[in-house]
Design a protein around this ligand. Structure first.
Ligand SMILES: Cc1cc2nc3c(=O)[nH]c(=O)nc-3n(C[C@H](O)[C@H](O)[C@H](O)COP(=O)(O)OP(=O)(O)OC[C@H]3O[C@@H](n4cnc5c(N)ncnc54)[C@H](O)[C@@H]3O)c2cc1C
Length: 244
């Protein structure tokens, strides 16, 4: 079993001294955004690649240290901050923020988990496509966090939760193995679909390091209407009438 000090040395060797934070004000990583809980991390670790994430997970497993993955730390249920024990590692994906490829022919985009949602939206819009996930935290939250929470957002009824927008995942499992499930296939019936286990699991089963997401053609026009209804029941009927 690695001691905490040996673990910190191994982490520094993997991601660089500057990316293992143990001193100073770590409030941005240790506290949830609503300031309801403040934890204490053994360290905040900021890897820059999937390989580095895998090495970090393996080293933490050897030391028996649990990991809290973190994206933009905008989640609502205090799932991205450490407890108060001072024994957990916060694994921040913020440096893994690259768009890997936008496939115009297949209507997909593959991005690293720390990519900010708004960056994904803007990249797609510039290329003439719509990435429909939209929520008020989009300037800060990340695709990894959106997948970890299976976020809904303002267009969920039309386009579905983040789960419905995801075609493939790359994940570092709890053993430190890299599972490459990045695929842009719409029709994929090859057995178990591990992707759905990781989506919505709040980082409990592995660390999402990249994702292939579904795009749509940019709508030619949008119309906003306001409907005032007398009751909840009437709202149901209005929805059905709209559908048929
Ligand atoms: C103003 C505001 C509006 C919001 N509106 C909505 C809304 O309309 N709909 C909705 O569903 N949610 C909404 N949310 C909450 C929403 O869940 C988050 O904003 C977003 O999805 C979380 O992304 P994040 O990168 O900040 O994740 P974090 O808060 O950092 O993490 C959230 C969870 O995912 C896990 N996680 C993070 N990254 C990874 C990863 N790479 N691999 C595995 N697990 C990971 C964390 O451990 C944690 O459990 C809102 C939040 C705010 C602040």
């Amino acid at each position: 079993m690695l001691s905490f000090e040996s673990l910190l040395q191994a982490l520094r060797a993997t991601v660089g001294v500057a990316n293992v934070l143990t001193d100073g004000d770590l409030c941005a990583w240790e506290q949830d955004w609503r300031k309801r809980e403040r934890g204490k991390a053994l360290a905040v670790v900021r890897p820059a690649s999937t390989l580095e994430v895998a090495e970090v997970v393996k080293a933490c497993a050897l030391a028996g240290v649990s990991i809290v993955p973190q994206g933009g730390n905008t989640g609502m249920v205090v799932g991205s901050t450490p407890d108060a024990s001072g024994t957990q590692v916060v694994l921040s994906l913020q440096r893994m923020n690259q768009v890997r490829v936008l496939d115009e022919a297949n209507l997909t985009i593959t991005v690293e988990a720390g990519c900010v949602l708004q960056t994904v939206q803007d990249t797609c819009e510039k290329a003439g496509f719509l990435f429909p996930l939209s929520l008020a935290s989009e300037g800060t939250c990340t695709i990894g966090g959106n997948l970890g929470t299976n976020a809904g957002g303002t267009q969920v009824v039309r386009y579905g939760n983040t789960r419905e927008l995801c075609l493939g995942l790359e994940v570092v499992t709890a053993q430190g193995d890299i599972w490459n499930g990045l695929s842009g296939l719409r029709k994929d019936n090859t057995g178990y679909d591990l992707r759905h286990l990781f989506i919505g699991s709040e980082g409990t089963l592995g660390v999402i390091t990249a994702a292939t997401m579904r795009l749509y053609p940019m709508p030619a026009a949008q119309l906003t209407s306001f409907a005032a209804l007398p009751s909840l029941e009437a709202a149901g009927f209005a929805g059905l009438a709209h559908r048929f």
